[in-house]
Design a protein around this ligand. Structure first.
Ligand code: NAP
Length: 254
């Protein structure tokens, strides 16, 4: 049985780790190729877009994929819709592995918005020194905020357009609470911007902000395709895949 994991997340790597070496199971992980030196999962890896829904459907057919797991980031909505459409076209069973979103707790000062543009509009009323953790891709939305200073944390260096007053910290999670507390203090951060990515690896910034009384602009998740079964973690996704393996009819070779 051939399983394709659409990856680019910690959970996708963990799922590949759980399934790798299972007798009778061929595993391929797919990465978009956004990060210069990504952390690679075990098993076969392919890199780069498929060329839209039709490209993905063709890939599923050409490589005789029997099960598809969309383990992309909650904000990789385009890929999730392509996966749903391509799975429907090819009748390949699809599961979405999507980590739960974060939930505010007492003491949090969250300002929930629907986009980076809305986050940018909210910022001037909230602070002057911004810790921007939304990655280098959506930076253009903040480029015109000349009165604010930004600390951008991203895996790779950003390209223009970007805010005029900005320092970049090249780093990737997981991050510790101690580290996040120190970072907020050192840079005198008075507002944080984040996507509702969920997961433990980048959650300590929320605790550090709460402790410091710093507001957090939280960008809500984009819509996801309806009618796709969803699990919250790699263990459940591995279970689903192994169940498909048990159902998989013997495929004659040659
Ligand atoms: P996106 O907007 O949903 O996808 C844009 C295009 O990138 C897709 O149409 C597809 O190209 C290609 N693509 C995306 N994920 C792919 C994958 N796993 N394998 C092959 N091609 C893929 O995605 P994005 O937000 O740019 O994210 C790109 C990747 O980074 C995702 O794999 C995601 O898991 C990871 N990531 C994203 C975020 C985030 O905040 N968005 C954060 C951490 C990690 P084609 O149409 O040509 O197939």
């Amino acid at each position: 049985m051939h399983v394709l994991i659409l990856g680019g997340t910690t959970e996708a790597r963990r799922l590949a780790g759980l399934l790798h070496g299972t007798p009778g199971l061929k595993l391929t992980s797919s990465l978009a190729g956004r990060v210069a030196s990504p952390r690679l999962p075990p098993g076969d890896v392919r890199v780069g877009g498929f060329g839209g829904t039709d490209g993905l459907a063709a890939w599923l057919r050409d490589h005789e994929v029997d099960a598809l797991v969309d383990a992309t980031h909650p904000f990789a909505a385009t890929m999730s819709f392509h996966a749903a459409e391509a799975a429907a076209l090819t009748h390949v069973p699809l599961l979405a592995l999507r980590r739960p979103g974060w939930v505010p707790v007492p003491g949090d000062q969250w300002h929930e918005v629907d986009s980076a543009a809305e986050a940018a509009r909210a910022l001037p009323a909230l602070g002057r020194r911004v810790f921007l953790t939304t990655g280098r891709m959506g930076l253009a939305a903040f480029a015109d905020l000349d009165g604010l200073w930004f600390l951008l944390r991203s895996v790779d260096a950003p390209e223009p357009p970007r805010p005029r007053l900005m320092e970049t910290l090249l780093d990737r999670g997981p991050f510790t609470l101690e580290g996040e507390r120190a970072l907020l203090r050192r840079h005198r951060i008075d507002v944080v911007v984040t996507k509702d990515s969920g997961g433990a690896a980048t959650a300590p910034k929320l605790t550090a902000a709460r402790e410091a009384g710093v507001p957090v602009v939280v960008i809500r998740r984009p819509p996801v395709p309806a009618h796709v079964p969803v699990v919250p973690g790699p263990e459940q996704a591995a279970r689903w895949t192994l169940d498909r393996l048990e159902e998989c009819p013997f495929r004659a070779v040659g």
